[in-house]
Design a protein around this ligand. Structure first.
Ligand code: CO
Length: 159
């Protein structure tokens, strides 16, 4: 396994649509392993393949219950609404207020090419929306109600 560099906002790679995964091979497994390690090292909740420079529909989410690998994910249903704070590993130190569904049901493939379904609430639902958006080149900043001010960020950091 190896850490991969996280692409930062401003890189055009983050605004492009990713292609579906077609081969569930060792190259994909290497990408998933590296992304899991990179996410763990970053302290974030989710990481999408374009954030490490790979234009494929792959992302990892870990809300503290272990990493979940999503390949070619599709949202099937959303329900409710939550107004939450959100950031992105590609926009370090920046946070915004955003409205996300409170509940998300999605289907996706695992690393062996098996189709699965998952349902998530709260942070997991938020993370699915955020990470799946990355696969279509959509950054959270294009959906925020507003970004947090410098004072609010200081408070968040406990200064
Ligand atoms: Co992000």
């Amino acid at each position: 396994m190896a850490l991969r560099n996280i692409v930062k906002e401003g890189d055009p790679i983050l605004t492009k649509k990713c292609r579906p995964v077609e081969k569930f091979d060792t190259k994909l497994w290497q990408l998933l392993d590296d992304m899991t390690e990179t996410l763990e090292a970053s302290g974030g909740v989710g990481l999408a393949a374009p954030q490490v420079g790979i234009m494929r529909r792959v992302c990892i989410i870990n809300v503290g219950e272990g990493p979940v690998e999503f390949i070619n994910p599709v949202i099937l249903e959303t329900d409710g609404e939550q107004e939450v704070q959100e950031g992105c590993l590609s926009c370090p130190g920046e946070f915004g207020i955003i409205k996300r569904p409170a509940h998300v049901k999605a289907e996706f493939y695992d690393r062996n090419g098996n189709k699965n379904e998952i349902e998530g609430d709260d942070l997991f639902a938020q993370a699915m929306c955020h990470e799946f958006d990355h696969l279509d080149g959509i950054m959270f900043k294009s959906k925020v109600e507003r970004m947090l001010s410098e004072e609010e960020l200081e408070e968040l950091r406990g200064e």
